[in-house]
Design a protein around this ligand. Structure first.
Ligand code: 5GP
Ligand code: ZN
Length: 113
């Protein structure tokens, strides 16, 4: 099975894109859990956080900064937002290409369910 997020990055599967650059794309989650739910995804296929290498540090930093910038653009900087990486079955990791969830626009419970 081809990777869903690789296919979105290649434009083969449509998504509601909010940001694209040479390394990172961002698009609205198809099943949003909050008024703002955007996925920030590296173009390069990395299967899981467990596969990260030291050479990926800059990419992860870029993903976090992209998500922070999008949070500002969505008007969430003042009221707050959450960034989440899931990893593995217990976290419900379902698309095996790393992605950072930007969630906000409502009061979020902690700890998560
Ligand atoms: P995970 O649970 O792996 O951290 O998150 C995967 C996310 O991808 C879920 O929130 C899910 O709703 C979202 N998702 C799954 N398939 C698609 C799709 O085809 N398009 C978009 N935009 N999001 C998807
Ligand atoms: Zn992929």
């Amino acid at each position: 099975m081809p990777c869903l997020f690789c296919q979105i990055a290649e434009g083969k599967i449509p998504a509601r894109m909010v940001q694209q650059d040479d390394e990172v794309i961002a698009f609205h989650d198809i099943n949003p859990g909050a008024p703002t739910h955007v996925l920030v995804v590296p173009r390069r296929h990395i299967k899981s956080l467990t596969d990260l290498a030291a050479g990926d540090d800059a990419l992860i930093g870029r993903m976090v900064r992209t998500a922070r910038d999008l949070a500002r653009e969505q008007g969430l900087a003042e009221r707050g937002f959450r960034l989440v990486f899931n990893c593995g079955d217990d976290a419900g990791y379902s698309v095996h290409h790393i992605h950072l969830h930007l969630v906000g626009g409502r009061k979020l419970a902690w700890p998560p369910g």
